[in-house]
Design a binder for this molecule. Structure first.
Ligand code: ADP
Ligand code: MG
Length: 322
């Protein structure tokens, strides 16, 4: 006999995630009662993943549970905020207990590691789609915005973008690599790491910040545009992983790093006068970020190599179309 909706919620959602003292009433009533700390601003974001659009049909359910939370946490990381609570809207074609078990397992592991409580949600029947509303806090007027960048600010990115786009291509059998590289790249797509610790530390250094979800080039451009500026990115300074280079070659790796999606890294700007202090207090080797360019007066995005502008027309293009 299929589980009733009530039993399903009791079994899978009541205890998923962290227990937090600021949750006065969580899953089970008509709504949650939550207590924000005094002096903090509430920060809220929402992202949806639809099967066949944001992840391939048949993706591991643990990955779907992890990713839907990770992409939302990444938005809070980009604001310099600390996460606290999540609401989960789940649309399921059918009740499959193995699927639900794995999905909640993936969700709960990441939620606990970032001290996020699942405080409510909604469960409906229909084509597979998962939405999270994430809420967190930041001290008043300290949030990192896209709009604070100034001319001359250095532009940084965390991690090694491009890996996830290659991982997705491997998932879709459009790309092959050594088994070690495949394992690493698939993991980068299926289990992204939201850069919460970095975002939290960047308050006090960064003038602007955005999370990289739709491709570094486009997202750096969005930051620059929101700041009323343009951006120059130095092609040869874009960081790429060994595994990505081994799979597609160095040039292609950098192109993917600029235009592939699903990275969930942070792109941020720091004034030149603060770069030394940033590097001293947050050593780049330890924190995993590097400088890739500069904000400039002229609007638009340019990519240069040895001082020459190179054309980049294929953002949003399907890199592995067969
Ligand atoms: P209502 O009809 O009042 O909206 P529901 O039956 O939809 O109540 O939900 C009952 C409780 O279970 C609520 O506290 C709701 O937040 C929670 N809930 C429902 N679905 C989920 C889910 N997918 N994840 C977390 N909590 C959920
Ligand atoms: Mg409901």
């Amino acid at each position: 006999m299929p589980l009733s909706e009530f039993a399903l919620i009791e079994r899978y959602f009541r205890k998923a995630g962290a227990m937090r003292a600021d949750v006065q009433l969580g899953v089970g009533d008509d709504a949650a009662l939550l207590q924000s700390p005094p002096g903090a601003q509430l920060v809220a974001a929402m992202d949806t993943l639809v099967a066949g659009v944001h992840f391939p049909h048949g993706s591991p359910p643990a990955s779907i549970g992890h990713r839907v939370l990770a992409v939302n946490l990444s938005d809070l990381a980009a604001m310099g905020a600390r996460p606290a609570w999540a609401l989960l809207a789940l649309t399921l074609p059918k009740i499959d207990e193995h699927w639900l078990e794995d999905f909640t397992g993936g969700f709960a592991a990441l939620a606990r590691s970032h001290d996020v409580a699942l405080v409510g949600g909604d469960t409906t029947s229909g084509p597979l789609s998962v939405t999270i509303q994430i809420m967190g806090h930041v001290a008043k007027s300290t949030a990192l915005l896209r709009s604070g960048g100034r001319v001359g600010d250095r532009v940084f990115v965390s991690g090694t973008p491009g890996d996830a786009a290659a991982g997705l291509a491997i998932e879709q059998s459009k790309l092959t690599a050594s088994s070690e590289a495949e394992r690493y790249l698939r993991k980068r797509f299926l289990y992204p790491s939201p850069r919460l610790a970095l975002g939290d530390c960047l308050r006090g250094y960064a003038t602007a910040c955005i999370d990289v979800s739709d491709g570094l080039l486009g997202d750096a451009g969005k930051l620059a545009h929101a700041s009323g500026r343009g951006v120059e990115i130095v092609f040869d300074d874009v960081p790429v992983s060994e595994e990505l280079v081994s799979a597609v070659g160095e040039r292609r790796a950098r192109e993917l790093a600029l235009t592939g999606g699903d990275d969930y890294e942070l792109c941020f700007t720091v004034p030149p006068s603060e770069v030394e202090r940033l590097r001293h207090n947050l050593p780049p080797e330890r924190w995993g970020y590097c400088c890739i360019g500069t904000l400039r007066e002229a609007s638009g995005t340019v990519v240069t190599s040895n001082g020459n502008v190179i054309e980049f027309s294929h953002s949003g293009y399907d890199h592995f179309a067969s």
